[in-house]
Design a protein around this ligand. Structure first.
Ligand code: UDP
Length: 328
């Protein structure tokens, strides 16, 4: 029995592949390398370059490797890009996921774990936001993921594909052993941007908006360490294997940090006093997004190990330094 990881050469996917191999699982990675890197993959995984929506290829992989479970990461993930190119996002995230789910059903795959996002909530009606709260995405990215959630639930009712949907909050950090990290060029996510500024790779960090209804006026987010997020996937796999019912779960810690708090933490952890510029709001940013995480803790027995912004930032810094050493 083998686990198929789509998008396994990407940031979160590569951490998942390490965790699965560490646990003694057999792993096949399907990744089109549009944003991932083949060097990010550990030795023990079989690797196929290709599209998660290529049903012929996926059907062959399922049959050849007797795929028992699919962990589906492959997606486009930049919110502003999705506003510029909605149809590209619906193709890559929704249409390809539909094809993958159909191939999974036809191939008799038992378990499916899907990477969804807090973006499905849009501007949450309350914080912490619960899984049952209204889903009103404010970007094509969020909509593309919400549509896939719907398809998965319907496919489960009709065809018995058992699934767990995980809604990620703000993922950051890197493998504490230094084996994987966020390597995307031109990153837009706050911790990556601030860490790059701390190492002199950017001249400054811009703070998008200081007039939000939050304690210091900047947006608040629930930053989750990538290894704790991956742990939730491993727990989800164990849950499904022991007969767990389909479920949708938030993946965050249930507490938030403001943009200024994040920047302070990066400055403290790095010892670098980089330039910070206060600018206007970025379009579409909700003020406050924090997960209610009790359901994941209760259902999956999920126990995070790195619920600490300092550790998240230190691991991100260590990875960035490693990238720098390899580049030079
Ligand atoms: N942010 C910022 N400067 C940056 C990048 C992000 O002020 O260079 C803010 C952004 O406006 C948001 C928060 O940091 O309020 C988290 O943004 P990010 O892009 O990391 O994740 P998102 O919550 O949008 O998925």
């Amino acid at each position: 029995m083998t686990v198929l990881v789509t998008g396994g050469a990407g940031y979160i996917g590569s951490h998942m592949v390490h965790a699965l191999l560490d646990a003694g699982e057999r792993v096949v990675v399907l990744d089109d390398l549009s944003t991932g890197f083949d060097w990010a993959l550990p030795q023990g995984a079989s690797f196929v370059v290709g599209d998660a929506g290529d049903q012929t290829r996926v059907a062959r992989l399922i049959a050849e490797h007797r795929i028992e479970a699919i962990v589906h990461f492959a997606a486009s993930v930049v919110v502003p890009d999705s506003v510029r190119d909605p149809l590209g996002y619906y193709r890559n995230n929704t249409v390809n996921s539909r094809a993958l789910i159909e191939a999974a059903v036809k191939g008799g795959v038992r378990h499916f774990i899907f990477s969804s996002t807090a973006a499905v909530y849009g501007n949450p009606e309350r914080v912490p936001v619960c899984e049952g709260d209204a889903t009103v995405p404010t970007s094509p990215y969020g909509s593309s993921k919400l549509m896939t959630e719907t398809m998965l639930r319907d496919a489960t009712v009709a065809h018995g594909l058992r699934h767990v949907i995980l809604r990620y909050f703000n993922v950051a950090g890197a493998d504490p052993l230094g084996r994987a990290g966020q390597s995307t060029k031109g990153a837009t996510h706050l911790i990556k941007v601030a860490v790059e500024a701390a190492l002199g790779l950017r001249p400054k960090v811009e703070v998008f908006g200081t007039d939000y209804p939050t304690p210091d006026g900047t947006c608040v987010r629930d930053y989750i360490h990538v290894c704790d997020l991956v742990r939730a996937h491993s727990d989800a796999l164990a849950y499904l294997r022991t007969g767990g019912d389909p479920v949708t779960l938030n993946c965050g810690y249930g507490r938030g940090f403001s943009v200024l708090e994040v920047i302070d933490t990066v400055k403290r952890a790095s010892g670098a006093d980089f330039k910070v510029e206060l600018v206007g709001r970025r379009l579409g940013d909700p003020a406050w997004v924090v997960a209610a995480s009790d359901r994941a803790r209760a259902v999956l027995k999920w126990q995070p190990h790195f619920d600490d912004l300092e550790s998240i930032v230190c691991h991100a810094l260590a990875w960035e330094r490693k990238l720098l050493t390899h580049a030079s």
